[in-house]
Design a protein around this ligand. Structure first.
Ligand code: ZN
Length: 152
């Protein structure tokens, strides 16, 4: 249970999530040479996402999403797009592992996750974890790094 002193932090986190939900960053579709797109859904909540990205020189040169769903799923996609642009494949996999670790109750590594720590509270709601990881699973599929997907 959160302690009384955590209220301010929870309010801040809620604001960050709502901001990304209402003003999503990096919306759209990336087309053209080298672009990869993936559609993924989270049937438990009805979240849908189309994620597309383009690698260049070993880095994620561009990453964008379109979709609809709950605030957790859309905010997570927006924050992910912000966090992963410019990252190498290995770095992206590392951030994804840190994020999923946090959602499994692990530490919230603010230096690697940035705004994404706002979603730490989702760990307390296992059914919502699928909302938070939807964009990440789409990203991993787009990167071709993961074929099994327990959350889809
Ligand atoms: Zn959802």
């Amino acid at each position: 249970m959160p302690e009384a002193g955590d209220d301010a932090l929870e309010d801040l986190y809620r604001e960050v999530i709502l901001d990304h939900y209402k003003n999503p960053r990096h919306q759209g579709r990336i087309a053209g040479a080298g672009a990869v797109g993936v559609d993924l859904q989270n049937p438990t909540c009805g979240d849908e996402i189309h994620l597309s990205l383009r690698m260049e020189g070993g880095r994620i040169a561009d990453l964008a999403f379109e979709g609809r769903g709950c605030s957790i799923s859309m905010a997570s996609a927006s924050m992910m797009a912000e966090a992963l642009r410019g990252k190498t494949l290995d770095e992206a996999v590392g951030v994804s592992a840190a994020f999923k670790g946090m959602l499994a109750g692990g530490p919230a590594a603010e230096d690697s996750l940035g705004d994404l720590v706002a979603l730490a509270g989702v760990a307390q709601f296992p059914v919502r974890v699928k909302c938070a990881t939807l964009a990440w699973n789409a990203m991993m599929r787009a990167l071709g790094g993961q074929t099994h997907d327990a959350d889809a």
